[in-house]
Design a protein around this ligand. Structure first.
Ligand code: FE
Ligand code: FE
Ligand code: ZN
Length: 283
């Protein structure tokens, strides 16, 4: 019998770190995600070390799993504009420096959009950026998020993710966060064949790289390349797919982050529902 699920959702940083820990406790979350700066970009608040320690204390006392911080959406390591690449590299380095106050957690980012430069050039630029930004000995593993393939997003196939990892010098600092809405939109039929998709992930990337999950249902069918999240059980993946995920021996011990269109009460209900499903009851 495995431990309880490590599950949570995106939380607002507006009250600080300790407040996020308290909010997590309120909704029975044992991990969570937060934006390391305004999701649309911009400057980051300096870290208050005491606030970070207060969160760490809550996490230890309540046996939290690893947090999955999220980089801003505007960060594009493979933009066609030099200034955008420059901002992305500086933002990521700054975020990772601030993450040192919460050592041992994850930092997830969208690999980028190649904006007509082609996927090969996109991958090359992403690797170049990671080679500049990742520092041996840093306390944070950086996760590449699997993407839906909207527009010119890089990372919609497992092959693209694998090529980024292969092209990065300090690949021991890299892992993958699998977003259930994105992989389905990207054309991987996790609702119909979860086992087959995980086998494919293992063959192409290696399951040891899989460090976290984003749990989202999708408003669109497999292969739609849209990226519109739906509440758990109400979209094209359906509740059975999530029941299979939270019971899967290869997945159930990973940190799971809900990014569904919910308020806090809605997240609390989804967390309770998924915990019940993982324990074998249909709750
Ligand atoms: Fe994301
Ligand atoms: Fe996601
Ligand atoms: Zn998404």
């Amino acid at each position: 019998m495995s431990q309880r699920l490590t599950i949570g959702c995106h939380l607002s940083t507006s009250g600080g770190y300790e407040q996020m820990g308290k909010t997590a406790l309120d909704i029975d979350a044992t991990t969570f995600a937060f934006f390391t700066r305004n999701p649309r970009g911009g400057n980051a608040k300096p870290v208050d070390p005491e606030d970070a320690w207060a969160l760490t204390a809550i996490m230890e006392e309540h046996a939290f799993g690893k947090l999955v911080a999220h980089a801003p959406y505007t960060m594009n390591l493979c933009s066609a504009k030099h200034e955008t690449i420059d901002f992305a590299r500086r933002a990521m380095r700054g975020d990772l420096e601030r993450m040192e106050y919460l050592p041992g957690n994850y930092y997830n980012f969208h690999p980028g959009s190649h904006v007509k430069q082609g996927v090969d050039r996109g991958i090359e630029l992403i690797c170049e950026g990671l080679n500049e930004v990742l520092v041996p000995g840093q306390a944070t593993i950086v996760l590449l998020e699997t993407m839906a393939g909207k527009g010119s997003e890089v990372g919609r196939t497992f092959e693209e993710i694998a090529r980024i990892i292969d092209g990065t010098r300090h690949d021991e600092l890299l892992g993958v966060c699998l977003d259930t809405c994105h992989v389905s939109d990207g054309g991987y039929d996790i609702a119909g064949d979860l086992d087959g998709v995980l086998d494919e992930f293992d063959r192409v990337i290696g399951l040891e790289r899989l460090r976290a999950l984003h749990l989202n249902d999708s408003k669109n069918p497999c292969g739609a390349h849209k990226d519109r999240h739906e509440k758990i059980g109400l979209g094209h993946l359906g509740l059975d797919c999530f029941a299979a995920i939270v019971r899967d021996r290869r997945l159930r011990d990973l940190p799971m982050i809900l990014e569904t269109p919910q308020d806090l009460d809605g997240y609390a209900a989804e967390i309770a529902q998924l915990r019940a499903l993982s324990e074998g009851c249909d709750g």
